[in-house]
Design a binder for this molecule. Structure first.
Ligand code: NAP
Length: 295
């Protein structure tokens, strides 16, 4: 039976964080610049608070200055846009991250489009999306870039591979497809209206699953030897009466079939934050016309 490799996203993320920290030291020594990341949190959603706190801690651990703007739930779109305008011209801030979801009365796209694209470290601004698809220099969304880094580690070459991306969200599926296309994969995007999904998945040499449906992808949907990156995170009831986190792919069933697979947790989650720090570092270099570190 084929032995399935477990792709250790946590270890890869730790390495990337260390590389970002070393590059931040070099940037400060060479030009006196300390990169800055500002997280904007509107309202008091507990999960969003934790995400923002973790991102701030991770930034600080690499020598990136972490700023945080906490606004009340009742903040108007105009007030938020005024804050973004202020951060756009604040030279201490290289990355602006607006934690989503925003309260219902604020259109997130309007806010994202107001961010200076050179500080858009989430890579959600239309200019960065356009550059990503057209092969220009973009700030790339963190989760799919983290997936690509892991795929590059595992596979000697991605060119020509049949890559299937399950899920077509703006933050994961679509940018993932653009990145895989740029690597010369043959890319198929699968979504909720797709027909005969198992048959499409069985063609995949590379599968990136990002639907948020616990263990939707069964073992017999996988082509032997496929490399699986599982982005999904869902909490389900466990046998001991507690709960556990699972991905979009039935991890146990993939053993002996997949060539390699990311676990949940410990796969893509840590890579996302590490890639956010990488984007902030890159933005700090690009905004000043400095040559970027190759990390
Ligand atoms: P999303 O915006 O809800 O998008 C889900 C996508 O899956 C949609 O394109 C949807 O299709 C498709 N889909 C849903 N049910 C389907 C089905 N039965 N068959 C085929 N396609 C189906 O989700 P997301 O933001 O991309 O996140 C996806 C998962 O990744 C979630 O579990 C999320 O928590 C996780 N995530 C993890 C990280 C991380 O850092 N680890 C980061 C981001 C997201 P339609 O477009 O047709 O509706």
């Amino acid at each position: 039976m084929l032995e399935t490799k477990r792709i250790d996203g946590k270890a890869r993320a730790d390495r990337l964080v260390a590389e970002v920290a070393a590059a931040a030291v070099a940037l400060k020594a060479g030009s006196g610049v300390v990169p800055g990341l500002c997280a904007v949190l509107v309202g008091s959603d507990p999960a969003s608070r934790i995400y923002v706190r973790n991102k701030g801690k991770a930034a600080a651990s690499t020598g990136i200055t972490s700023f945080q703007e906490n606004l009340p739930e009742t903040t108007s779109a105009a007030e938020l846009l005024a804050l973004i305008a202020k951060l756009n011209v604040d030279d201490r801030v290289d990355g602006i991250l607006v934690q989503l979801p925003l309260p219902k009365h604020i259109d997130p796209q309007r806010v994202i489009d107001a961010i200076d694209p050179s500080k858009d470290v989430d890579g959600f601004h239309a200019q960065n999306i356009g550059r990503l698809w057209s092969g220009g220099k973009a700030l790339v969304p963190c989760t799919p870039y983290g997936c690509l880094m892991l795929l590059r580690d595992v596979l000697p070459s991605l060119a020509g591979a049949e890559a299937v991306v399950l899920g077509r969200s703006n933050i994961v599926g679509k940018p993932m497809a653009a990145l895989l296309l740029a690597e010369n994969c043959t890319v198929t995007l699968v979504h909720s209206k797709s027909r005969n999904i198992p048959a499409i998945l069985r063609r995949a040499d590379i599968l990136v699953a990002a639907v948020g449906r616990p263990e939707m992808v069964r073992g017999d949907w996988l082509k032997p030897g496929v490399t699986v990156v599982d982005v999904g995170i869902s909490r389900i009831a466990a046998a001991d009466g507690k709960s556990k986190l699972v991905g979009d792919v039935a991890f146990a069933e993939a053993q002996g079939i997949a060539g390699a697979i990311t676990p949940v947790p410990g796969g893509i989650g840590p890579m996302t934050i590490a890639c956010l720090l990488r984007n902030t570092l890159i933005a700090a270099h690009r905004r000043r016309g400095l040559s970027e570190p190759a990390i």
